[in-house]
Write a protein that binds this ligand. Structure first.
Ligand SMILES: [Zn+2]
Length: 301
């Protein structure tokens, strides 16, 4: 197993035994303890021979040339463009990183194509990287110490808080809706539609809602606007949500039924799960939602 190769190296170094001798000792252990994995047998053998299966952690500043089994954590100061090179006649992709820790920097070269691809996809400057079982070498061209990360090494990225915030929950909870200067994203079930008053009358000149006619402009510029008052529920709490005009039409369009009446009935009893973009409306100490956009919940994420 790749993860314990370093242990095998340490055993060879420490005991002077050949790899073949160690393999035969592992086989003996396995015959004594058939439930053991090969890895576990190797660990057992290592411990018995004074090779502790605990690897030391280094800082960048500790790394000198020709060291093996280096574990360290550092931040990626710079990620270079990957390069294509030939290793023993085979074209391979490598990537260089400049790592920093406690004010020291070291350049690292990553050889293993899986790790190179992982870093191309995921790493960005500022991320922390945790490295296990790397080795160091002097770069013959510039005389600097380089950290080498190959197929026997392991790496893990630890994202910085900044990049983490992109992964914050997509949806807020109804119970947390209060600030009417904010826009909220909610995922909730439509549990009720009030169907007694489906239209609002508006005067298009003063853009105000009116009852029958505008006090100022009479019935010169009255228009009817679709209005749906609903209750939505996110499983923890419910809230009144108002859909106006285009947003109300968008809500109705979620139902495949033909007429408005059928759509309303379908939506009221269909247990539709919705994603809402809404602003709170505080009125008489009661918060309701003014829905700005609606769509059926999307589970493809
Ligand atoms: Zn008016």
């Amino acid at each position: 197993m790749e993860s314990t190769d370093w242990l095998l190296d340490s055993l060879i170094e420490k005991t002077g035994m050949s790899a073949e001798k160690i393999t035969s000792l592992i086989d003996k252990k396995l015959s004594e303890f058939p439930a053991l994995t090969r890895d576990a047998a190797l660990r057992m053998l290592a411990t018995e021979n004074g090779v502790m299966p605990i690897r030391r952690s280094y800082h960048v500043g500790d790394v000198s040339e020709e060291m093996n089994h280096i574990n360290l954590k550092a931040s990626i100061k710079r990620k270079f463009e990957p390069r294509q090179i030939n290793i023993k006649g085979t074209p391979s992709k490598i990537i260089n990183l400049l790592l920093e820790d406690q004010g020291h920097t070291i350049s690292a070269v990553v050889w293993d194509s899986k790790k190179v691809d992982y870093l191309i996809e995921n790493a960005s400057a500022g991320d922390e990287i945790s490295i296990a079982n790397a080795y160091s070498k002097k770069n013959k061209i510039n005389d600097g110490i380089e950290l080498h990360i190959g197929s026997n090494s392991a790496i893990k990225l630890i994202k910085t808080p900044d990049s983490k915030s992109e992964n914050k929950p997509l949806f807020q909870r109804i119970a947390d809706v209060k600030d009417d200067t904010k826009i909220y994203n909610l995922r909730c079930l439509l549990t009720r539609i009030f169907t007694n008053n489906l239209f609002l009358v508006k005067c298009d000149i003063c853009k105000k809602r009116v009852v029958d006619k505008c006090e100022e402009h009479g019935d010169k510029a009255l228009s009817k606007m679709l209005f749906l008052s609903c209750i939505v529920d996110d499983g923890l709490s419910s809230i009144k949500a108002s859909f106006f005009d285009k947003t109300a039409k968008k809500l109705l369009a979620i139902s495949a039924a033909e007429s408005i009446d059928e759509k309303l009935r379908d939506l009221s009893f269909g247990m539709y799960e919705l994603e809402l973009v809404a602003v709170p409306n505080n009125f008489n100490n009661t918060v309701s939602l003014n829905v700005k956009d609606v769509k059926q919940a999307d589970y493809s994420l």
